[in-house]
Write a protein of this length. Structure first.
Length: 351
């Protein structure tokens, strides 16, 4: 099958550091190519993949902006329409590609990587595309996704080495934003008496939160020798950070559609201790790959009771549930259904 894959123009594929959507696109492209599919990836410059790569912008257009995204989407569709050899299917990962689905004569699959946004409702309702949700919770919260197929993320386990948690610290990895609950991570680790390492940084829209809620807590913890800020990490540094952590904290305060960092930690054998919002109850196998908590007090208690946690069992369960092979296989089945019937069915897609 000839597949046109439209990624974002904001982050290279694969992402050097931050970029969950682009990491999934990278896994998809690699897996589909290995299965014999002919993939053309529409992305930004600085990207690399085992397929044909095309870019409108030589460099990543960060921070995200809807107008460069629209320009990128229109250019990709123009490229698809002008291809000397036609494509069998288009798989888009940006909403601005959706209006162009009515202009092409091949089916479009669209994966929704973000939480529900009411302002996108009319755009989604008019779209002639097969929608993919990345969790049951994401689908349930969005009226326009009720008929979507659910395909949860997966990663290549070879990229995530097993670790014993020898660093002794608990970790937080992600954007320093209110919805990510960084301040809760600091409070929980402090109450548990465990050292904390924070990997990430605030984005442009998170500065007020970082200044008022994170910096005072972090300064006090650093002064007490209980916390360390390591900045953004990617590639091998990210894997080392996760495998050496005693646990990963995921104290989210929003309905996160998936939370890719959770399965990255699990594949290293590192348990995830999280608040039960968004997809968390779907992703965590209680007591096996992590623990779901109600508040900071319960999170602190759980951190104090991690001795004897079976990290080998954690990784094994992650291998069973969160491999890229499983994800790519489900997308491949969806592509076949959509290409032949114009519509996918959940039972026929999932393993």
């Amino acid at each position: 099958m000839r597949i046109a894959m439209i990624s974002t123009p904001f982050v290279p594929v694969p992402p050097p550091q931050y970029g969950g959507t682009e990491l999934i696109v990278s896994e998809l492209v690699g897996g589909l190519t290995a299965l014999g599919h002919e993939v053309t990836l529409f992305t930004c410059g600085q990207s690399s993949a085992p397929c044909e790569v095309r870019s409108l912008y030589d460099c990543a257009r960060w921070p995200p902006d809807p107008y460069p995204e629209l320009d990128h989407a229109a250019w990709a569709i123009e490229q698809i329409l002008g291809a000397s050899r036609g494509f069998d299917l288009v798989h888009a990962h940006i909403p601005s590609a959706l209006p162009f689905a009515r202009l092409i004569d091949v089916p479009m699959v669209y994966t929704v990587h973000h939480a529900h946004e009411a302002r996108l409702g009319p755009l989604y309702q008019r779209a002639n595309a097969q929608f993919v949700a990345i969790s049951d919770r994401q689908r349930a919260l969005s009226p326009v996704l009720r008929e979507a197929v659910v395909i949860r993320h997966g990663l290549d386990p070879a990229g995530y080495a097993f670790g014993t948690g020898e660093g002794g610290y608990v970790g937080f990895l992600g954007r320093f934003a209110a919805e990510k609950g960084v301040h809760h991570a600091i409070d929980a680790a402090s109450a548990a008496g465990l050292p904390l390492r924070l990997a990430g940084k605030p984005h442009w829209r998170d500065q007020d939160y970082f200044r008022t809620q994170v910096q005072p807590r972090l300064a006090a913890a650093v002064e007490a020798g209980a916390a360390r800020l390591v900045g953004e990490v990617g590639g091998q540094r990210k894997v080392d950070f996760l495998r050496d952590a005693r646990a990963l904290l995921f104290p989210i305060e929003w309905e996160e559609p998936f939370g890719l960092v959770m399965i990255e930690a699990m594949l290293c054998g590192t348990p995830v201790v999280a608040f039960g919002r968004g997809s968390v109850p779907e992703v965590i196998d209680e007591g096996v790959t992590g623990f779901v908590c109600e508040d900071v007090a319960q999170m602190s208690e759980r951190l104090q009771a991690l001795d004897g946690f079976d990290r080998v069992r954690c990784r094994q369960r992650a291998l069973e549930r969160w491999s890229a092979r499983r994800m790519v296989g489900e997308y491949e089945r969806l592509y076949e259904l959509v290409a032949s019937t114009g519509r996918g069915e959940l039972a026929e897609v999932q393993s």
